[in-house]
Write a protein of this length. Structure first.
Length: 128
């Protein structure tokens, strides 16, 4: 191997490591974002998903009418939960989704969604 070929190989290895590092960083950011949006701990629902859902539902209810606020709140809440689970799955499996785990996650997200819907129907959650 000549000196030029050695430098080329070293350069290729360095670029490959940079790409690997960027991919790992991107996957880490996806996972953290998904974790924050998913209902896996009590605090992210309380401080992230419900406020995001509340704001989205309030804004949309101003446009289409406040009669739909509970449904909008539930839809936005479900969207944030499912998005969080999907981002975590994508970051871990990187394109290979486990359907059984995804189904379990969707069932859990639906359970939380039903709880938020009932709270909105009972009047505990109202538009601003």
């Amino acid at each position: 191997m000549t000196s030029g070929e050695s430098k080329d190989m070293h350069s290729l290895r360095r670029k490959f490591n940079e790409i690997k590092t960027r991919k790992g960083l991107f996957r880490g950011i996806l996972f953290i974002t998904g974790y924050i949006l998913s209902p896996l701990t009590w605090w992210n629902d309380l401080f992230v998903n419900i406020p995001i859902s509340y704001v989205l539902a309030s804004i949309i209810s101003k446009i289409i009418g406040s009669n739909y606020f509970p449904e909008l709140m539930v839809s936005a809440y479900l969207f944030t939960n499912v998005l969080g689970f999907l981002l975590m799955h994508i970051s871990i499996s990187w394109g290979r989704m486990n359907r059984k785990k995804l189904l379990i996650d969707i069932i859990i997200a639906t359970g939380y969604t039903i709880l938020v819907y009932v709270l909105a129907l009972l009047g505990y959650i109202k538009p601003f």
